[in-house]
Design a protein around this ligand. Structure first.
Ligand SMILES: [Zn+2]
Length: 313
């Protein structure tokens, strides 16, 4: 965990330093000029897995010369922007075998690693995580928006992949981010955490859910907690946010005060939910809970919301 120049915590998948060059993208020849530059490089994804040079010091996304590795159709190479050095950086999907190994001349130090594994090992710098989250979400958006939502016509990238345009009706389509509220609810010296069936054994986390149209952050969080755990929530406060590239969410982290305490879980959403004392919450983070229960890893925002709760109360 580091701190940004604005004094805020920078957590995994946050803190990208790529200049996305939005104002310049529309200039005639600008994208083509960057693509043709000797300094231009491309980072590659084999489906969900990023190609990482694990022997670089520190390990980082492998940057290949533009055009050196075969691109996987139908998503074109997109411009991420400029690195802090000023060098252009592109991203693309690549043709690959079952192990994620791309066809072509790739150094043996380059491995295909999914972002979750990368994060749990804390393998690359915070700046690289930010760049990879941006790239993965954008490439996935391009892959799943090949056709116009209005008329069904084919769409194509414009301005280096900043958006897509329909070839039939001319409408433009912009990358989307799906907002998710995630909240640690508390009542005095205890907090509410839950677990869903697909969590690793023993893990309890903050309750979370997608926002729905017409909701504020606060209303969405209150609705989710009531639906999932049967608890009414009063005052809600914002703590921090995290881009979550699985595939393109923005986690908005909150703390909320419970108005009652009788838990009534929705078994479709949760396997269990319970109150944890402050000491227990600390032991979840420390890995010392007597029943072997644990909190999410530090790369997940839930970990930091639990810390925020402990610091607040
Ligand atoms: Zn259209």
């Amino acid at each position: 965990m580091s701190t940004s120049k604005f004094g805020q915590k920078v957590i995994t998948f946050n803190g990208g330093v790529i200049d996305r060059v939005a104002p310049q993208r529309a200039e005639p020849g600008y994208i083509e000029g960057l693509a043709a530059s000797d300094a231009a490089r491309t980072i590659c994804f084999a489906n969900d897995r990023a190609l990482i040079d694990v022997e670089a010091n520190p390990p980082r996304a492998w940057r290949t010369v533009n055009g050196a590795i075969e691109r996987k159709e139908p998503v074109k190479r997109m411009l991420l922007g400029l690195e802090p050095s000023g060098d252009p950086l592109f991203a693309q999907f690549v043709e690959h075998d079952e192990d994620g190994r791309p066809a072509g001349d790739v150094p043996s130090s380059v491995k295909a690693i999914d972002l979750r594994s990368l994060a749990s090992q804390d393998l690359v710098s915070v700046e690289e995580f930010g760049m990879l989250a941006y790239a993965r979400s954008m490439l996935n958006w391009h892959a799943t928006h090949q056709f116009c939502a209005y008329c069904g016509g084919k769409t194509h990238m414009v301005e280096g992949g900043d958006r897509r345009k329909c070839e039939d009706c001319g409408r433009e389509h912009f990358p989307r981010t799906d907002p998710v509220v995630i909240i640690v609810v508390y009542q005095g010296d205890r907090c509410l955490l839950g677990r869903s069936k697909n969590f690793v054994e023993g893990m309890y986390s903050a309750l979370a859910g997608f926002m729905e149209p017409g909701e504020t952050l606060e209303d969405a969080a209150r609705r989710e907690v009531l639906e999932e755990a049967g608890i009414h929530v009063g005052k809600v406060s914002y703590v921090m946010s995290q881009p979550w590239p699985f595939v393109s969410s923005l986690m908005m982290g909150l703390l909320g005060e419970a108005l009652d305490d009788k838990i009534d879980i929705d078994p479709h959403e949760l396997e269990d939910a319970r109150w944890f004392s402050r000491d227990e919450a600390q032991s979840l983070l420390d890995g010392t809970h007597p029943d072997g229960l644990k909190a999410p890893n530090p790369f997940a925002i839930a970990h930091h919301l639990l810390l925020a709760y402990l610091q607040k109360t």
